[in-house]
Write a protein that binds this ligand. Sequence first.
Ligand code: MG
Length: 203
Amino acid sequence: MKIICIGRNYVDHIHELQNAIPEDPVIFQKPDTALLKDNAPFYYPDFTQDLHHEVEIVVKINKMGKNIDEKFAHKYYNEIGIGIDFTARDLQSKLKSKGLPWELAKAFDGSAPISEFIPKTEFADLQNLNFHLDVNGQTRQQGNTSLMLFKIDYIISFVSRFFTLKTGDLLFTGTPKGVSPVKVGDTLTAYIEGKKMLEFEVK
Ligand code: MG
């Protein structure tokens, strides 16, 4: 399976990192070795001094598809969850300044902790979902999926022009503002509509 991520999908986050608003979705991938499941602890890597959390709604693909029309995209996922797109911001800034790919800063082992998945039918409107991230009980990031620049169905349609989507692939849909560094000993807890979905420690 693969993990497809969209960067710069919430305007308030684009502004906090002083990036330009993109015309097309900004896409990158993480390998399956990035996954961290079952609330397993995350081990702080030795190649960064500025590791940031990015909380994101995650969509699980349930059917193979290529060149998916936006109006049929909803048939390609049944479940959603929440995850963290861990980013070594110091490394990413260095790579960005040289115009190099972000992989080392984004796709490393354990960089994609994810929750359990729940049926999308539990929510009235996937494009109006509140989600948030607490660090040690303090809310650091709060978002609502209505504020996505590119909506879920559009992203699926867009990426499936380039990559065949397969059952089990995951789509990280972008982070709202409030990204900030984590440190060893922090506990991260992520919620969808007030329901605790994911909780793990940084070690
Ligand atoms: Mg992200």
